[in-house]
Design a binder for this molecule. Structure first.
Ligand SMILES: CC(C)(COP(=O)(O)OP(=O)(O)OC[C@H]1O[C@@H](n2cnc3c(N)ncnc32)[C@H](O)[C@@H]1OP(=O)(O)O)[C@@H](O)C(=O)NCCC(=O)NCCS
Length: 193
């Protein structure tokens, strides 16, 4: 199976697909602007499966060691994916607009360290926070649906077939086939399958 490479004929932005991205030729990337913050130097920093789609507003904010994978027929409708370690999105997952998946907080929790980090930013070519912070992988199971404006925090695993309500903040693991919602997200009910 061939992979998408280089620039995209329909793209309004003059970017290219990163060299270490493995994107199935049947996948759809609406714009390479999604890679504006992509800095991964992993052997494979991004893997996108058969028939998967990423739409306008999706940003792969992937650090140098980050690895993101998107399963077949998964659909990401404008999410911010902040990854310094690993974020896996399963087959047929549906990620709505303005969702944030972050496997790291990037900014130091200590106020003195945070101030020092902010003072470094004007000296950088890429003017953004780049503090070494711990990262814990996020795993989104197959068939999961994450509603708009929801946020998934570091270390969370969401089990197959589960649903996250709009504007929820998911701080702990979600069992398969479970609906969670709120801040912090709590179980609403279990799905009968
Ligand atoms: C999570 C969701 C699917 C649940 O739908 P539902 O099963 O019909 O749930 P209900 O409306 O019966 O609500 C059940 C309970 O959960 C609460 N709840 C539902 N969604 C919630 C949310 N996003 N945040 C907080 N609480 C929520 C309800 O207030 C209700 O609480 P109560 O029992 O105390 O009255 C739906 O609320 C939702 O958030 N959908 C998001 C859709 C979306 O993002 N679409 C984008 C297009 S991809």
């Amino acid at each position: 199976m061939a992979n998408l490479k280089g620039s995209l004929s329909w793209d309004w932005y003059s970017g290219t697909i990163p060299n270490n991205a493995v994107i199935d030729e049947t996948a759809y990337i609406e714009t390479t602007f999604s890679f504006f913050l992509y800095r991964s130097r992993a052997q494979v920093g991004l893997q996108i499966g058969k028939g998967a789609s990423t739409y306008l507003g999706t940003m792969f904010d992937v650090g140098t060691q980050g690895r993101v994978s998107l399963g077949k027929y998964a659909l990401v409708h404008g999410a911010r994916i902040v990854c310094d370690d690993e974020i896996k999105i399963g087959d047929h997952a549906l990620i709505s607009w303005n969702v944030v998946l972050m496997d790291t907080y990037r900014a130091p929790l200590d106020p003195v360290e945070r101030r020092k980090e902010l003072e470094q930013i004007p000296k950088r070519k890429l003017r953004h926070i780049d503090a070494e912070q711990p990262a814990r992988p996020i795993h989104i199971g197959a068939n999961v649906w994450i509603g708009f404006d929801a946020c998934v925090l570091p270390g969370v695993t969401i089990g197959e077939g589960s649903i996250v309500g709009a504007r929820s903040v998911v701080t702990t693991d979600v069992e398969p086939y479970t609906i969670v919602a709120g801040n912090p997200a709590r179980v609403i009910r279990h799905l009968v399958v």
